[in-house]
Design a protein around this ligand. Structure first.
Ligand code: ZN
Length: 173
C-alpha cells in the first residue's frame, strides 16, 4: 500500500526597484522585483517548503542556509530541483502541488500555463498555479511585497523499484 504525505509552504519577499522579477522560474517585465538571498522567487520557495514538509525533511532555510554564499543569487528552480532530489532519495515522489501567488501585481493570468509548465517540469509532478489579491489589505495589498502559499502531496515509491519508474520525465540539471 502506498503511503501519502501532505505538506504546506509559505513564503514572502519585498518588492524592490531595479531588481529582476522572477516567478516560478519565469522572468516578468516589471519595474520591481523580489529582494532575497536567491532570486526571491516566492512561488518556487513556497513549493520547496511544501515538498520538504511533506517528506519531513525540514525547510528551505535548513537545506539552503541564507548565510551560505553558495546560494547567493541562486536560481530557485535549481533549489527546487535539489530539494526534489532529496525528497526522491527519501523514497517519495510528487503526486501534485498547488501554488497560490498573493499580491496585486503582476497579473499572471496570461502566463499561468508557462509557470505551471516550468514548475511541473522541475518538481517532478503536476503543479497548478493560481493568484489572488488581499483586496488592498496588508503588505501585499500595498504592493510592498509578494507572498505565496503552496500545498504538495507525496506518495511513497514502491520499494521494489530499483530506479525511478514513475513515468514522469524531468530534465537533467
Ligand atoms: Zn523565499
Amino acid at each position: 500500500m502506498p503511503e501519502y504525505r501532505v505538506g504546506a509552504g509559505f513564503d514572502a519577499h519585498a518588492l524592490e526597484e531595479g531588481v529582476p522579477l522572477v516567478l516560478g522560474g519565469v522572468a516578468f517585465d516589471h519595474p520591481r522585483g523580489l529582494a532575497g538571498h536567491s532570486d526571491g522567487d516566492v512561488l518556487a520557495h513556497a513549493l520547496v517548503d511544501a515538498i520538504l514538509g511533506a517528506a519531513g525533511l525540514g525547510d528551505i532555510g535548513s537545506l539552503f542556509p541564507s548565510d551560505d554564499p553558495q546560494w547567493s543569487g541562486a536560481s530557485s528552480l535549481d533549489l527546487l530541483a535539489r530539494a526534489y532530489d532529496d525528497v526522491r532519495a527519501a523514497g517519495w515522489e510528487l503526486v501534485n502541488a498547488d501554488v497560490i501567488l498573493i499580491g496585486e501585481e503582476p497579473r499572471i493570468a496570461g502566463r499561468r500555463g508557462e509557470l505551471e509548465q516550468r514548475l511541473s517540469a522541475v518538481a517532478g509532478g503536476p503543479v497548478s498555479v493560481r493568484a489572488t489579491t488581499t483586496d488592498g489589505l496588508g503588505f501585499t495589498g500595498r504592493g510592498e511585497g509578494l507572498a505565496a502559499q503552496a500545498v504538495a502531496l507525496l506518495v511513497s515509491e514502491p520499494a521494489t523499484h530499483g530506479s525511478y519508474a514513475g513515468g514522469r520525465e524531468r530534465p537533467r540539471r
